[in-house]
Design a protein around this ligand. Structure first.
Ligand code: PA5
Length: 445
């Protein structure tokens, strides 16, 4: 099985009968999810997406990726939240966090529209100077302010560089099939469009065109990715928790939460996993953090964070557990050489593969952390490739849905995200927000 679940390091905190005791809740969550009778049941398209996707559009995505590769040196991917994190996570996981700097025959990819920082935007514009550019604007609603601001800038850049007609052939638009400002503009201008289906929410959309086009443009094998997700769909379809590691993981995190472990830290020993952890944090944070409930999803990359947050995990407030994603085989080996002088005293590691040192660091850390009062769940995956990415995405999506239902929340909405937007619009003086603006400005005085 591509994801091996190990619950051995939770034994001091959770007894086997406790896992059995939540089985009826898991079964109820499974039944609601698969019968489509639970909260947010109009957003369940992700469940069968790995097999029931639009094959004609999939072929068009591959063709567009090939055209992007031919036409440009830089692809600007504009989007935020679910319209950003999955693609970036995939590219770093499957290719490298150094994707842009390493030799390759695919374009550099820069992400824009995920902040409103003028500094960041200016830096991306500088990186585009003298380069051929394409743009993929991604917004399911087609109305989100941050990507809309960035798109305005890059659209103008393309028009100035290639003329209005030339720009049109370099803009790829991923949005709703019928609604939204972006859809209207794309229809008017004749941009090539891809669809985020109505029944797939933003944070569950990485396996739609939302993730697939930039991921394919980065040279990743999206067929293998969908195969991985399809295999995970079959692997985690059983209602029986004994046969379903995804459900056992969901159950365990809920038990730990009930016992006061309010923070789940997703840990990896591979820097290439850092953006995947960001994707995970959005998936679980936006799905579960509501009604005054939910595990706080955090992430750490070890050894890096062992020298910053490690002290806290070992010995600080006992509020967390770790979920360690243990990657079996690194993308590349590195053997440590003997030094004649042994000037640094580390010749005892000579001839050793660096991955073994990383592995021992992991084993030592797990043992130290459980001793210190931090339970560890381990998810072992064989390696970082497109197939594993698809498999892991589905594993976490399904675990998130089951976990959310066990918690009694709607895992598929995000009402809390609207609050800041209303305040921002009011403070910026958007027409229609006059009363709110006056009230907010009074509070700021
Ligand atoms: O998960 C979600 O639904 C959100 O994070 C959205 O993806 C995010 O707000 C961006 O929305 P949109 O794609 O409509 O621009």
């Amino acid at each position: 099985m591509p994801v091996e679940l190990n619950l051995n390091y939770t034994q001091n905190y959770v007894r086997p009968h406790e896992l059995e005791a939540v089985w009826p809740q898991v079964a109820a969550a499974h039944n609601s999810l698969h019968a489509g009778t639970g909260l947010g049941n109009d957003f369940l398209g992700w469940i069968d997406l790995p097999v029931h996707y639009d094959k004609e559009e999939f072929a068009r995505i591959k063709a567009a990726a090939a055209r992007i590769k031919k036409d440009c040196q830089v692809l600007i991917v504009i989007g935020i939240g679910g319209s950003y994190l999955g693609a970036r996570a995939a590219i770093e996981f499957i290719q490298s966090p150094q994707y842009n700097s390493l030799p390759k025959d695919t374009p550099d990819i820069y992400f824009a529209g995920n902040s409103i920082s003028p500094t960041y935007l200016n830096e991306i514009l500088r990186l585009c100077e003298g380069k051929d550019i394409c743009v993929n604007i991604i917004s399911k609603s087609g109305t989100t302010t941050e990507p809309a601001l960035a798109f305005r800038v890059f659209r103008e850049l393309l028009i100035n560089k290639y003329g209005p007609e030339g720009a049109k052939t370099r803009i790829y638009c991923t949005t709703d099939k019928a609604r939204g400002t972006l859809k209207e503009l794309a229809a008017r201008e004749g941009y090539e469009c891809f669809v985020i289906p109505d029944d797939v929410g933003g944070r569950f959309s990485v396996l739609t065109a939302c993730g697939l086009l930039p991921i394919a443009a980065a040279g990743c094998d999206i067929d293998a990715m969908m195969r991985g997700a399809a295999d995970a769909r079959s692997a985690y379809s059983a209602a029986d928790m004994d046969k379903n590691d995804c459900y056992r993981y969901a159950a365990m995190r809920n038990i730990l939460y009930a016992k006061g472990k309010a923070v789940e830290v997703l840990v990896s020993y591979e820097p290439a996993f850092a953006m995947m952890a960001e994707w995970f944090k959005q998936l679980f944070g936006e799905s579960e953090g509501k009604d005054g409930k939910g595990l706080y999803p955090a992430s750490m990359i070890f050894s890096t964070d062992l020298h910053s947050l490690g002290q806290f995990v070992q010995d600080g407030s006992r509020v967390m557990f770790e979920t360690v994603v243990d990657i079996g085989t690194p993308r590349a080996d590195f053997f440590i050489k003997e030094d004649a002088e042994n000037f640094d005293g580390i010749n005892f590691l000579s001839g050793q593969n660096m991955s073994i040192v990383n592995d021992k660091a992991k084993q030592g850390t797990i043992l130290a952390h459980i001793e210190g009062g931090t339970p560890n769940i381990v998810l072992k995956i064989p390696e970082m490739n497109a197939y594993e990415f698809g498999f892991l995405v589905y594993f976490f999506e399904k675990a998130c849905a089951i976990s959310g239902y066990m918690l009694g929340v709607n895992p598929f909405d995000q009402p809390g995200v609207e609050a800041y937007k209303r305040n921002m619009f009011a403070l910026l003086g958007k027409p229609g927000y006059e009363e709110e603006r006056a009230a907010l400005e009074k509070k700021l005085k």
